[in-house]
Design a protein around this ligand. Sequence first.
Ligand SMILES: [Zn+2]
Length: 293
Amino acid sequence: MRHLTKRCRLVVLLGLVSVLALVLVGRWLNATKRGGQEPAEPFRIAGNFYYVGANDVAAFLVTGPEGHVVLDGGYPSTAPMIMASIAKLGLNIKDVKVLLNSEPHPDHGGGLRVLQQASDAQLWASDASADSLASGGDDPDLVLPLRALIWIGVLGYPAARVDHRFKDGDTIRVGPIALTAHITAGHTRGCTSWSFPVRDGDRVLNVVSVCDPGVLATSRYPGQAADRARSLRVLRSLPADIWVTNHAGAWGRYRKFVASAAAKNAVDPFIDPEGYHAYIDAAEAELRSGRMH
Ligand SMILES: [Zn+2]
């Protein structure tokens, strides 16, 4: 009798695990292959800092006289949209000299290989992100069913060539462009936020690109909560006039873009230190509550 009960439990458990795996695989496949992304208009945020991403997954361009920097590659299928946006701004993809990444999940690392092939730019990544990008999306912190599907080639994305690895606090330069890397681990171990100055007329604005401070149920590791707490402290310490993240809705791209078109100074609607702190406060509340997204 006891034996039977155990068997029943096992069957139910296996059934539940299979259903969960199917749901996750479906979502992941959709995310990896298409991601539901639509093309979006590129636009200047401030000075030499532009939005070149799709309707939701973001990509940014920082331009300079000695070459440009692109932050994030979207999904594999987003990369052509990013290239079209760069061309629309009247710039040449071949002048992109450096590629950077927020975190190596398929929605931000998936298109880097395509961008790299088109530009021959040098890709810089944190140690943990580098390992994942170079393996086409594998990550020891992902749940096993997802990893297994990456290993057999069902999931994942074209592996990028990581040219350089940086440490926390390093600054990546292309001519006068200087972006400082802040490893704000939590969402992934190598999650990188970026801070850099942008000149707008006679003022200098501090930009922070935040790596997603939330966590996914499919990507967990020991010490993750402590990492997230530390990352939020780091983010709080950064001066931010303008802030962005790697999903457009999270930093109010649409709202700010519309306000920008009507504003006397098109840059002003993007200046949002209050929104930056509210975003960090919300991430802190999420961390305390144990919620995942
Ligand atoms: Zn992610």
